[in-house]
Design a protein around this ligand. Structure first.
Ligand SMILES: [Cu+2]
Length: 272
C-alpha cells in the first residue's frame, strides 16, 4: 500500500465510484479488512479471557456455599441464565451476519478480479504468455515475441497464459498477479503496474528440475518510453530466444534497451 493508500482502501471499502481499482488494490483491501477484524476479535477474546481469569481467580477466600447456588446448564437444554439464552442467540446472530457479509463482499471483490471489467478490457494491452520448461515467452498484439516483459506504467495489462508442456503458474509478486499456465487451456489475469522499474516473473508451480530458475524480467517503463520501444518492434520479430540466450536487456535496463532493441531484432531475425 503506497502513500495515500489508506484513503484509497477506505474509498474502496465504502464502494465509492470513480476510484480506479486494480487487483492489487482488491487483494490489499481484503487483506487489510481481515487483518483489522482478526485483530479486533483477537483483542476482545483475549481481554475477555483475562478478565474472567482475574475475576474468578483463587484468592483463598472462596465461599463454598456460593458454589451450590450456581445453576449449571444441562446437556440438551439451553442455559436459562443471562436472559434465557438471549445473549447467546444475539451473539450468534451478529456473528452470522458479519461472517456472511464478509463472504459476500470478499467473493464479489474476487469476481471483480476474475472478470476483467469492460473499461479495463478496452484500455488493456493483451499479451500472450507461454510457459515452457523453463522460461516464459511473451507475444505482443503486433506479433513481437520476447522473454522480457516490457509494459507501460499505469495502463492495464491483460495476460493470456498457457503452457506448451507441463503445468506452470505465472506470477509477478509486486503486482499481485498469479495464474495457472495449463497446457491446452488459456487463463487470463490482469493488472496495472503502479511504478516503473525492474521486477521478476516467477513460476509458482513445481514443474521440473529447472523450476526455481524459471524467472523472467519484467520491465515497467514510462508510457512514452514504452510507446517508443513498442513502435520499434516489428511484426513477428523475436527479441530473445527461449533456449536461454537472454540478450543484454536485463542488465542494461529499459532506457538502454529501448534504443538497443531494433539492432537486436534484426540480428535475431536473420538467425531464425
Ligand atoms: Cu514452471
Amino acid at each position: 500500500m503506497g502513500p495515500g493508500g489508506l484513503s484509497h482502501e477506505i474509498a474502496y471499502v465504502l464502494g465509492q465510484s470513480g476510484v480506479s481499482r486494480t487487483p492489487a488494490d482488491v487483494f490489499e483491501t481484503v487483506y487489510l479488512v481481515f487483518l483489522i477484524l482478526g485483530t479486533l476479535v483477537g483483542l476482545v477474546v483475549i481481554a475477555y479471557m483475562l478478565s474472567k481469569a482475574w475475576r474468578y481467580r483463587d484468592d483463598g477466600e472462596r465461599d463454598e456455599t456460593e458454589d451450590k447456588k450456581v445453576v449449571r446448564p444441562m446437556l440438551g437444554h439451553l442455559p436459562t441464565g443471562s436472559g434465557g439464552g438471549k445473549k447467546l442467540f444475539v451473539s450468534f446472530g451478529i456473528s452470522a451476519v458479519i461472517v456472511l457479509s464478509l463472504i459476500v463482499w470478499t467473493y464479489s471483490a474476487l469476481l471483480f478480479v476474475d472478470d476483467t471489467p469492460d473499461e479495463v478490457r478496452e484500455e488493456a494491452i493483451e499479451i500472450d504468455v507461454v510457459g515452457e520448461q523453463f522460461a516464459w515467452q511473451y507475444t505482443y498484439p503486433n506479433g513481437h515475441t520476447t522473454t522480457t516483459l516490457r509494459i507501460p506504467e499505469g495502463q492495464p495489462i491483460r495476460l493470456n497464459v498457457t503452457s506448451s508442456d507441463v503445468w506452470h503458474a505465472y506470477g509477478i509478486n509486486e503486482f499481485r498477479v498469479k495464474t495457472d499456465a495449463i497446457p491446452g487451456q488459456t487463463t487470463t489475469a490482469w493488472f496495472t503496474a503502479d511504478q516503473t522499474g525492474e521486477f521478476e516473473a516467477v513460476c509458482y508451480e513445481l514443474c521440473g528440475s529447472g523450476h526455481s530458475a524459471m524467472r523472467g524480467d519484467v520491465v515497467v517503463m514510462e508510457q512514452g518510453e514504452f510507446q517508443e520501444w513498442y513502435a520499434n518492434t516489428t511484426d513477428g520479430s523475436t527479441e530473445e530466444s527461449i533456449d536461454g540466450s537472454t540478450g543484454t536487456d536485463a542488465e542494461t535496463g529499459p532506457e538502454a534497451s529501448a534504443t538497443a532493441d531494433p539492432a537486436t531484432d534484426t540480428t535475431t531475425e536473420a538467425d531464425s
